[in-house]
Design a binder for this molecule. Structure first.
Ligand code: GLV
Ligand code: MN
Ligand code: MN
Ligand code: MN
Length: 399
């Protein structure tokens, strides 16, 4: 099957009617349906399906073994996300297997498709959850205790979905099977539009941290409380939103975003008692992201003190800059006939794996230049070019 047909097959799953686009979050109904869908697609192709101890799904062509050529991506989304971020890599992997089978190719090395759990951190806050657990980058106890917006822990959600959270943790056996990893992904910016190319290889990912700022003040009446008597945590929260922009604008190559903010109790006529907000910060270069966050935190502290509020800052995740394996990248470039190499500001499981095994990325042009939103897109011809390119890469690596 073509990748575009496989995408059409799941187009109705996990739609977010209220926000637009898709909300497919770890162990919710849509995500579980996609896990079943992937398993069925893999079985139809006589691939051997195994779920590892961290809820990542592997589909093996041939017997599982060391030195495997592994490709894949994720099926979860951000809240209100697009149809391609994640699923394009999974459907292209299935399509690439079909292309290789049709040619009569028989891999000399084990080949697997890998679907990672909760790449976006959309439900439990830590991005690349499945790959971080697998590689040991995330402590299993900490993972089990992560809570979603409704206060449900990852351990509870996993158990309810039929998984075994007590088995979460570093999986050196699974990691040792990966000889190399290639992730195909929709491009998330304007890189390939500007370069006028359908495909690119990935060269690097900039460092990325997520930080929770928790402000506490005094909940009170919006009409009866005089302005001078307030301890309103929305004030320092607003200062963080503004500082994220000004500090990032003054720092070369920096990005800082507040995309999620939660006042409690959240009533129009109620001064909030607490506000949590999440800062996503990314700057290329060792130590530059924490330095950027320290500047924003200084503004937050001062604004909190002025309003008589308290502040607690928690780092929820951090990943250093990633440079993808240059020899793998050059090999991919050769079989693709020469394509641009792109750095990116978007995180990927391939970036987590890159610290352990040779890893690479293959990007497919996104004509809107928009991602993490319903407008994310890829043209049919570019999707086909991506799946064929991935097939060539897998053929070369697994021969
Ligand atoms: C994930 O897509 C991220 O880069 O935030
Ligand atoms: Mn994403
Ligand atoms: Mn993604
Ligand atoms: Mn991502």
């Amino acid at each position: 099957m073509k990748a575009i047909e496989l995408l059409a097959d799941i187009a109705g799953v996990g739609r977010d009617v209220a926000r637009g686009g898709y909300s497919r979050h770890l162990f919710d109904a849509g995500e579980l349906e996609l896990r079943d869908w992937f398993t069925e697609q893999a079985m139809r192709r006589d691939l051997t399906v195994r779920t590892d101890r961290n809820a990542n799904i592997w589909a093996w062509w041939g017997s599982p073994g060391p030195g495997a050529v592994v490709t894949g991506s994720h099926l979860d989304s951000v809240p209100g996300g697009g149809a391609f971020d994640g699923p394009l890599g999974v459907t292209s992997a299935l399509a690439a297997v079909d292309i290789l089978r049709d040619k009569g190719f028989r891999p000399a090395k084990p080949l697997a498709i890998l679907v990672f759990a909760e790449e976006e951190g959309g439900r439990f806050g830590v991005p690349c959850l499945g790959s971080r657990l697998l590689t040991g980058a995330l402590d299993a106890d900490r993972a089990r205790g992560l809570r979603d917006g409704a206060g449900i822990t990852l351990a509870e959600a996993a158990t309810k979905a039929g998984y075994e959270p007590e088995r979460f943790g570093a999986d050196p056996e699974a990691l040792a099977r990966i000889g190399c990893f290639v992730e195909l992904h929709v491009e998330q910016g304007r890189g390939l539009i500007d370069l006028d190319s359908p495909l690119a290889t990935g060269s690097s990912i900039i460092a990325h941290g997520r930080y929770r700022f928790s402000f506490a003040g005094q909940g009170n009446h919006a009409g009866a409380t005089l302005i001078g008597d307030r301890h309103d945590p929305m004030l320092p929260a607003a200062a963080v939103v503004a500082a994220a922009r000004t500090v990032a604008a003054a720092t070369p190559d920096a990005r800082a975003t507040v995309g999620r903010l939660a006042p409690t109790p959240g009533g129009t006529n109620v001064i909030a008692s607490t506000v949590d907000l999440w800062l996503d910060a990314r700057v290329a270069g060792a130590g530059r992201t924490p330095a950027l966050v320290a500047q924003i935190e200084a503004v937050a502290k001062e604004a909190a003190a002025q309003e008589g509020c308290t502040l607690t800052v928690t780092e929820e995740s951090y990943t250093d800059d990633v440079v993808f394996d240059e020899s793998l990248r050059r090999g991919m470039d050769r079989v693709l006939g020469g394509v641009p190499a792109l750095p990116t500001g978007a995180g990927h499981d391939a970036g987590v794996l890159a610290a352990h095994v040779p890893s690479g990325m293959l990007y497919v042009r996104n004509p809107t230049g928009i991602s993490h939103a319903p407008e994310e897109f890829a043209e049919a011809a570019d999707i086909a070019a991506g799946a064929h390119g991935l097939a060539l890469v897998l053929e070369e690596l697994a021969r």
